[in-house]
Design a protein around this ligand. Sequence first.
Ligand code: C2O
Ligand code: CU
Length: 498
Amino acid sequence: AGLGYPQLLTPPTSAGTLVRSGLRLPAPFQVPLSIPRVLEPVVRDADADRYEITARQAEAEILPGVRTPIWGYEGTFPGPTIESRRRRTTVVRHRNDLPVPTVVHLHGGRTPPESDGYPTDLVLPARGWRAGHHGMHDPDAVITQGSRDYTFPLEQRAALLWYHDHRMDFTGPAVYRGLAGLHIVRDDEEDALPLPRGDRELPLVITDRSFAADGTFSYPSLDRSLTRVPGVTEAYAAGVLGDVVLVNGAPWPVHEVSATRHRLRVLNASNARRYELALDPPPPAGAAFVQIGSDGGLLVAPREHRTITLAPAERYDVVVDFGAYPVGTEVTVVNLLGAGSTRDVMRFRVARAERDDTAIPPRLSEVEQLARGQAVVTRDFAFTSGRIGNRHGWLIGGRAFEIGHAAARPRLGDVEIWRFVTDLHHPVHLHLVNFQVLSRGGRPPGPLDGGLKDTVDLGPGEAVEVITRFDGYRGRYVFHCHNAEHEDMGMMATFETV
Ligand code: C2O
Ligand code: CU
C-alpha cells in the first residue's frame, strides 16, 4: 500500500506543543468574532443547488497586523459556509489551485461513495501535475485533475456538517493550513421550533494553531511531494497541538450579544486538541448549556450541562441564555482542559436588553432508538499504537490503513454493534452513518453521549459500543480516528457496504 508519513520540518517540543518565538499575540478578547460568509450557489436549477469552491493559497490576517499564508476554500479560513435544505441535492464543484492533490469529504454527510472523498480519490492540481504521477496505487481510485463535482443528496436530518480535506496521509497538514468549512443542513421540522435564529444563531468553529515568528503556521511537516526530510517523532505522534485558540479563525475573539437566548453551534475542528468548555462566570440560575443537538441533529429532548467536552470533529448544538446575566456582564468561554493560553476560548459581552420570544421545547424531535436485540452482528475494533515497519504508527485491529482492504462489510439495511477498545484517547468517526452510543466503559452512555453521533470520543482504556443501521449507499467508505495525525499515521480502515 502507498502508506507514507507527513515529513518533519522542525522538531516539535514535548507532547506535540510547538513553541512560538518572538511573535506578538493579541491580548485575549480584543479581536471581534466573525461569522464565515454563506456561499451563494452559482445556479439553482430544478434538481440541485450548484456551488463552486476553489481551494487556493492566500494570506489571512489572523493575528492583527500579521500575514499568515493559508490554504483556504475560496482563500479563507474557515472556508465559506454552505446552507442546504434536507433532500435538496447540492453539487459542489471543488477546484484545486493548490500545489498538492486534494480530497474533499463532507463530514456527517450521507453521501454516495463516489462523492464521499475516499482518501485516494484525488483531485490533482490544475497545473504542474501529470496524471498518473501521484504516488498512489489504488486501481479503484477515481482521480481527476483540476476539479471534481461532488454530489450530496442530503437525504438526512437538519444538522451541522463540515467539509474538510481528506487526502491519504496528509489530512493533518492540509486541514491545519486551513482546509475546513461548515455545511449546515436545515429542514422544516427544525424550522418549526421556536429556537434562536438569525444573528442569535452562531456557528463557532474552534481550532488551535501555533505561529512561527514570521507569522506562518507552525506545523511539523512539509508535504512529501515538496520535500524529502525524513523522520517522524513520538511527539508528532501525539497529534499536533497549537497554543493559540481560534474561533472562526480569530484568536480568542469577543462578541457582543443581547441578554437573550443564543444558539451556539460548536464544532471542534482542531487536529488533536480536546476542549471542555465552561462559562465563567456560570449563570446565576439555570444550566450553562442546554444541549439541543449533537453531530447528527436535534436530540429527542434537551439536556442540561455545566460543561461540554468536544473531541476533534464533534459538534454540540447548545442554547445559552444570556438573559440570565445582568447587562454589562462579560461571560468568558473557558477550556477546563487547557492551561495558560489554551485556557481561554472566547468572550461574550452581554451588551443590551432585548425582547426574547424564543423557547426550548421539552420535545425537540423524534429519533428511532435502536435496541441491542436488533443487531445482527457485533464487531470489535482495537485502536492502539504500534509499529509500522520501523516507525511509530497508529493501528485499528493491529493494522495500519491499507487502500481497499475492507475491515468490515456490513449489508445494507443491517443493524450492527461496533465495539471500540483503546489504549489512549481516540475520537472514532464513521463515514456514511450516524450511530447511537450503547455503552461506555461497561456502563450506560454518559450525559454527553446523547443523540445521533458520527464521532465518539474514547477515553484511555475505555470500551465504547455504538449501534447503527447501515443504510444509504453501497460502496467503500472509511472509519478512522479523527485525531488528524493519528489518521495520517495509519489509524483508518475501510468498510464496504454490500
Ligand atoms: Cu471529518 Cu473522515 O472525517
Ligand atoms: Cu487517535
